[in-house]
Design a protein around this ligand. Structure first.
Ligand SMILES: [Zn+2]
Ligand SMILES: [Zn+2]
Length: 428
């Protein structure tokens, strides 16, 4: 913390600042057209890259997405501080809000999805003195240094100020907070009233017709009161029906997802224990963000030949119908071990997926099974980007999504020496 104070004159409340940045990011998500490839300015080059893959998928399907997050008076805060990295300040702000997403095909809205979501993001600032840090030009993606970029990108000549480059959102994910159960009782009560009145009318048809055609005012009032009573009973019965339906829904939900919940609790206890053996400031929230970034890349990449984060057997993409995803809230670390100085983790991640087949859009809850690995000696670098890999041989920087070998000394690089990569990926 002392470094921050000596190098900045004005004290910044990074928690508050990160929440503001996420709010702006969400507001921009609300207004951009994802299908056109537009994306919030705070997004890092890597994040824009996966968003670009998703936008390409949408175009292939002639589909489009409109997000509407209701940030107004939504509870928010800063979840995790990851200050251990000496070059960056990192925060994980979150917002809990209602959201409505519209999915359309061929310009026609096919599905409206309402969910209460929690959005988490990683926000990073570069600490001032490290201007020699390699960084990608936010305009053309070429790798350069922060110092050079401040004087103008050597490739596309765009000029930046520090605030154009940092802070940045390096990753974000949506988590289902809870299903917005349609809580209106009215349809149930109307149905209740209708049923009770029909039943009463059916059994008292003769009485009712004689009373209402006669001149007996007292009988009319009595029958009127009885009918009103029926309506009240129907209303209450409908209300009870709704409550019972809710209880059944919650019970079924619990029965179906209870095992997942137990596995989540176990993962929360065991995985950090294992990871902190070689990565001191491991947090599960940050790690889940990484997993979802990897899943996003695997789902939206058309093929894996040029997919930098996939280091497994050649395989085909079996997720080409997916156009959007939300983290369901359940992960299960099935297996984790260290072998030849590489840490391996086998995870199940449950996601809501939005699938587009032809003109049809459907929502599914599914599980992705990933085996990921990385070197236990990998530096835990929060500014890490596959767009600015540093060559271990000559130290130059290059874009690993475009080049498999260092363009200067031609030596190969091994991505798992830097960060998590995927060995196996299955859609269950
Ligand atoms: Zn540039
Ligand atoms: Zn090199």
């Amino acid at each position: 913390m002392s470094e921050i104070q000596t190098n900045t004159n004005t004290e910044i409340d990074y928690d508050k600042e990160s929440e503001k940045i996420l709010k702006e990011f969400i507001d921009e998500l609300n207004s951009v057209d994802i299908g056109s490839g537009a994306y919030p300015q705070y997004a890092s080059t890597d994040l824009k890259y996966t968003a670009g893959l998703q936008s390409k998928r949408l175009n292939e399907k002639n589909a489009d997405i409109r997000y509407h997050y209701m940030t107004e008076s939504a509870p928010h805060g800063s979840a995790v501080k990851l200050d251990k990295d000496t070059r960056y300040i990192t925060r994980m702000p979150f917002y809990i809000m209602n959201s409505q997403t519209e999915y359309s095909v061929g310009g026609r809205v096919k599905k409206k999805d309402k969910l209460q979501k929690t959005m988490y993001a990683n926000v990073i600032w570069l600490i001032d003195q490290n201007k020699d840090e390699s960084y990608c030009c936010p305009n053309c993606g070429a790798v350069s240094t922060v110092k050079k970029l401040l004087a103008g990108c050597p490739y596309c000549k765009t000029r930046f100020i520090m605030s154009d480059l940092f802070p940045k959102i390096t990753n974000y994910y949506d988590r289902r907070a809870k299903e917005t159960i349609n809580s209106t009782v009215l349809p149930f009560s109307m149905l209740g009233i209708l049923i009770v009145l029909v039943v009463y009318g059916f059994y008292s048809y003769d009485t009712l017709t004689t009373v209402f055609t006669s001149d007996d005012m007292t009988q009319k009032i009595i029958q009127g009161i009885l009918l009103l009573g029926c309506a009240v009973i129907g209303f209450l019965a409908g209300y009870i029906l709704k409550v019972v339906a809710n209880i059944i829904y919650v019970l079924l939900y619990t029965i179906v997802f209870l095992p997942s919940l137990f596995r989540l609790i176990k993962t929360k206890r065991k995985l950090p224990e294992f990871m902190r053996g070689f990565e001191k400031n491991f947090t599960l929230d940050h790690f889940i963000g990484k997993l979802i970034y990897l899943i996003r890349t695997m789902v939206y990449s058309d093929n894996y030949d040029n997919c930098a984060v996939y280091c497994g057997e050649p395989t085909e993409n079996r997720c080409k119908d997916i156009i959007d995803m939300t983290y369901f809230g359940f992960v299960d670390a099935k297996d984790f071990y260290i072998e030849n100085d590489y840490a391996y983790v086998n995870m199940d991640v449950r996601m809501y997926t939005i699938n587009c087949k032809g003109r049809h859009i459907s929502k599914k809850s599914e599980v992705f099974d990933l085996l990921i690995y990385k070197s236990i000696h990998a530096e835990n670098d929060y500014g890490f980007s596959i767009h600015k890999i540093e060559c271990k041989n000559c130290g130059s920087s290059f874009d690993a999504t475009k080049e498999k070998y260092c363009p200067f000394c031609k030596s190969g690089y091994n991505l798992p020496d830097y960060d998590w990569v995927i060995k196996e990926f299955k859609r269950k």
